[in-house]
Design a protein around this ligand. Structure first.
Ligand code: BES
Ligand code: ZN
Ligand code: ZN
Length: 496
């Protein structure tokens, strides 16, 4: 989707659909809405008077212009109450506008930036949210449909703001780069596991990262064995697919000693292994590499945005399968760190591969660690598909990551890592168990396991089990993969 910014009067924009905002309680349209109303000979005023246009959040009204304007349709988007307005509202409304425009087979959509002059809301933030809503809403995954696979995607988005500035131009450009990579992550996650194997993931990683000027190394089984990644290999053992370890190096923070180590859980299919999952909904476990996709795509976005930071990403990729070669409950394995782990359940595989990836990221020089993983079903129970769980050992770091997510509408809710949870992982025969058999505090005890490998390095863990893949539309996202974590990491790199 091409994106441009115009300072022209909205009434002079030529497009298929022109989206404009209205707040609840508006009696007389003013500003852009007023100008459009005039050209439409008062239709908008009449619809407001008859309450057909209510301004309520989530509502929209489509008006045919029949030649009274250069655009074919005006779409009036309800933004809710003025005093409750925030940019999340703009993002959702824009995503809905894209949906409505696509139903009309529109190719060119224009939108007026909403919320100008409301409280402390900056035009630049509203503009960013608008662009995010458009790109997120425009996403579709239909490559495997042999019929009905015609892309209804938009060709062009025009943002209208009277005070067109260099700053807004840069925001449009930057946000479109980020959104394209969020959508790339969604594509990778939506791919089925027979296509998106560790091999395909690593090939994709190699091509998109090198194209963006990132150094990319892909290690195979033998090299992973040489690194003594016993925890990672214990998961990979049961699968016919070769595990891969992708290592990305983007070192553009010339004046800084800080190196952000990013780690993404890349289980391309999680059957549970010998501790087999129930078959109902098992197909959803093709998305168990969502953390890996978020990490990969955020580093590529950072490189495309020429962020001046040092980043090392370590992405362990494997399937978790049952077989004669698979790890069994009760097995004891030695992790790269030297710590031994008793496998209580082979379904707690994410933390096993993250343990070695964290150890390796530290070895490569990471001074801070951030991992993204679809780690626990307990996180889905606690927060649903609305917020990701966030846990960590450095409160300031946790709060910076939460703020970075919120900028783009990714909600993160902190859960605790009390030292007492370590008790849950005590093993009679090894240094620790990979899971508690108490069935308590699943997300916190999962994080507690990973913490054992982070040592003194400040660390934040994001559990995207509930947010990475949606079984329903959660505006601005549609059913399927969201790329959760990608916006958060990119914003963190941009703002920290
Ligand atoms: N991949 C799952 C977690 C998950 C569950 C992600 C639901 C998305 C939706 C993970 O590997 C897993 O199986 N975790 C277990 C851990 C438990 C056995 C300690 C879980 O949460 O049940
Ligand atoms: Zn599992
Ligand atoms: Zn898993």
């Amino acid at each position: 989707m091409k994106i441009s910014l115009t300072a022209n009067d909205p009434t002079t924009i030529k497009c298929d659909v022109l989206a404009v905002d209205v707040f609840e309680g508006t009696v007389k349209p003013s500003g852009a809405l007023g100008a459009l109303d005039k050209k439409l000979e008062g239709i908008i005023s009449k619809l407001i008077a008859s309450k057909e246009i209510s301004g309520k959040s989530g509502t929209s009204s489509l008006i045919h212009t029949y030649g009274k304007l250069l655009c074919d349709h005006v779409l009036v988007l309800g933004m809710g109450k003025r005093e409750e307005f925030n940019v999340d509202e703009a993002r959702k409304a824009m995503s809905a506008a894209v949906g409505a425009a696509k139903k009309l087979k529109a190719k060119k959509l224009a939108a007026v930036i909403p919320g100008s002059g409301i409280r402390e809301i900056k035009t630049s933030d509203a503009c960013k949210a608008l662009v995010e809503g458009a790109f997120i809403g425009d996403y579709e995954f239909n490559i495997y449909k042999t019929e009905d696979n015609e892309s209804g995607q938009l060709d062009e988005l025009i943002i209208s703001d009277a005070k067109k500035s260099k700053d807004l131009d840069r925001i449009c450009e930057e946000t479109s780069i980020i959104c394209n990579l969020v959508n790339k992550a969604r594509d990778m996650i939506n791919e089925p596991s027979n296509k998106m194997t560790p091999s395909l993931f690593s090939r994709t990683a190699k091509s998109i990262s090198e194209e963006a000027g990132i150094n990319c190394q892909v290690l195979g089984r033998e090299e992973i064995q040489k690194l003594k990644m016993g925890a990672f290999l214990s998961v990979a053992k049961g699968s016919c697919e070769e595990p891969k370890l992708v290592v990305l190096k983007y070192m553009k923070g010339k004046n800084s000693r800080d190196v952000l180590g990013l780690i993404g859980k890349g289980v391309t299919f999680d059957s549970g292994g010998i501790s087999l999952k129930p078959s109902k909904n098992m197909h959803e476990m093709k998305t168990d590499m969502a953390g890996a996709a978020a990490v990969l795509c955020s580093v590529v976005a950072a490189a495309r945005l020429k962020v001046k930071k040092n980043v090392i990403a370590v992405i362990p990729l494997t399937e978790n399968m049952p077989s004669g070669n698979a790890s069994k409950p009760g097995d004891i394995v030695e992790s790269m760190s030297g710590k031994t782990i008793e496998i209580i359940t082979t379904d707690a595989e994410g933390r096993m591969i993250l343990a070695d990836a964290v150890t390796y990221a530290k070895k490569l020089g990471a001074t801070k660690l951030l991992d993204v993983a679809t780690l626990t079903g307990a996180c889905v129970v606690a927060l649903g598909d609305i917020a990701s769980g966030i846990l960590g050992t450095d409160q300031r770091f946790v709060e910076e990551v939460i703020s970075a997510g919120n900028v783009s509408g990714e909600k993160l809710w902190q859960l605790p890592i009390y030292k007492e949870y370590r008790e849950y992982l005590k093993s009679a025969v090894a240094d620790m168990k990979n899971a508690s058999d108490l069935g308590k505090a699943g997300t916190s005890s999962g994080a507690t396991f990973i913490k054992e490998f982070t040592g003194d390095t400040p660390w934040v863990h994001i559990d995207v089990a509930g947010t990475a893949d949606l079984d329903r539309d959660v505006p601005p996202y549609s059913k399927g993969a969201t790329g959760a974590g990608t916006f958060t990491i990119v914003n963190y790199l941009l703002n920290s």
